[in-house]
Design a protein around this ligand. Structure first.
Ligand code: ATP
Length: 385
């Protein structure tokens, strides 16, 4: 089946009884793109993928490829390849037999079938295991077979549902690179479901962040990481500190002067906020730096918990107003110490304080310093307490 220019999801909805698992999802995917659907368990990402695959009928909306409706087509008539979490390989067939199976069903001539299966196994670096059975392979190798089986058919869309979640941490990293490499060399349009923000950031051209069946933000990894659309997305993308602040003044552009634990600081307004209003300042632990004691406006925090993370420490401290704060540091610190903390104004994102969705209660993402851009030390610092 030929490749496409655009795949459109038009108000795609799916309910289970009265529960709306997916609500009016609007998304346009360009041919060749790698799109990740990201969100915590239960947010509706697998539902969205299964609707795309044709495994779940829609309860509203439409899916179109280059203008033509496909949501009423049976799964096998959509020309999509699927890779699941649990591999779903045939245990009695060899690795080569598993990969060639779809070609056999499609009645591809024998010589062509062998050539294409060989090529797919080469791409996932499994040539030497071609004659083994799946049970003789490691989890990572089995997942490679599953990927080879999907790509051998040259599908116009590859759908992947948490394909790496059964692998250990080291294999996950290796397979992530492998998937990225395959995408770069084959250019297959891919929709990839994950709850792991680091995986989504590193693999995808665009991320779709979901919550309770509703799309929260769609954008490049840089956009979603650096400019989260709301508190929920910020929380999910590693802005672990959600600190209650008061807005004291609005400056030029989106700059706001805030008060946190009786200390003024500057941040960027992400919602429409007015002086006197309550806000929530979202700050990543890795964007909070230990400052000198005599830095103007610096307010101390008392260290409570220190975790050793190799090159740095992950620290939990408490501000003078009782709010907990998390930061990372290369300095040697211990519980009971006092520090002064500062963050660049550009790294302090201020959301509306009345919104109950601060992302902290619902986020599954760990505090993840290595996920993407690190703070630019050249950026202006504003002192926070
Ligand atoms: P996970 O990462 O845990 O798979 P998810 O984000 O993929 O989560 P979905 O599987 O899409 O979430 O589920 C979305 C919501 O729909 C959940 O509240 C789930 O309980 C509900 N749901 C999913 N499938 C069914 C079903 N067959 N019957 C009833 N409810 C369902």
């Amino acid at each position: 089946m030929s490749r496409f220019a655009t795949l459109r999801l038009d108000k795609v909805s799916r309910s289970f009884g009265r529960h709306a698992a997916l609500r009016e999802l609007e998304l346009e995917i360009t041919g060749g793109e790698f799109v990740a659907l990201l969100g915590p368990s239960g947010c509706g990402k697998s539902t969205a993928l299964n609707c795309l695959a044709g495994l779940l009928p829609l309860t509203g909306g439409a899916i179109r490829i280059d203008g033509e409706r496909i949501d009423q087509l049976a799964p096998e008539r959509r020309g999509f390849g699927m890779v699941f979490q649990n591999y779903a390989l045939f245990p009695h067939l060899t690795v080569h037999g598993n990969v060639a199976f779809g070609l056999k069903m499609a009645k591809v001539a024998k010589a062509e079938m062998v050539r294409r299966a060989d090529r797919a196994l080469e791409m996932v670096q499994l040539t030497e295991h071609a004659h083994k059975r799946p049970g003789q392979l490691s989890g990572g190798q089995q997942q490679r077979v599953a990927i080879a089986r999907a790509i051998v058919l040259e599908p116009r869309l590859v759908l992947m549902d948490e394909p790496l979640s059964n692998l250990d941490a080291a294999l996950r990293l290796e397979m992530r690179t492998e998937i990225r490499r395959l995408h770069q060399s084959l250019g297959l349009t891919t929709v990839y479901v994950t709850h792991d923000q680091e995986e989504a950031l590193s693999l995808a051209d665009r991320l779709v962040v979901m919550r309770d069946g509703i799309m929260q933000q769609v954008g490049t990894p840089e956009e979603v990481y650096g400019q989260p659309a709301n508190r929920y997305v910020a929380g999910f993308m590693g802005y672990r500190n959600m600190l209650d602040v008061t807005v004291t003044a609005a400056q030029d552009g989106d700059r706001l002067v805030l008060r946190l634990a009786d200390t003024p600081l500057t941040g960027l307004g992400r919602d429409a906020l007015v002086a006197g209003g309550r806000g929530v300042a979202a700050i990543r632990p890795e964007d909070l730096d230990v400052a000198d004691e005599d830095t103007t406006g610096a307010v101390s925090a008392a260290i409570e918990v220190v975790e050793y993370h190799g090159r740095e420490l992950a620290v939990q401290a408490r501000l003078s107003d009782g709010q907990p704060v998390h930061f990372r540091t290369g300095s040697r610190l211990a519980p009971g110490d006092r520090v002064w903390l500062a963050a660049a104004a550009e790294r302090v994102l201020v959301f509306d304080g009345r919104d109950g969705n601060d992302g902290q209660n619902t986020q599954a993402a760990p505090d993840n310093p290595g996920a993407a851009a690190s703070p630019d030390p050249a950026q202006r610092k504003s002192v926070i307490s």
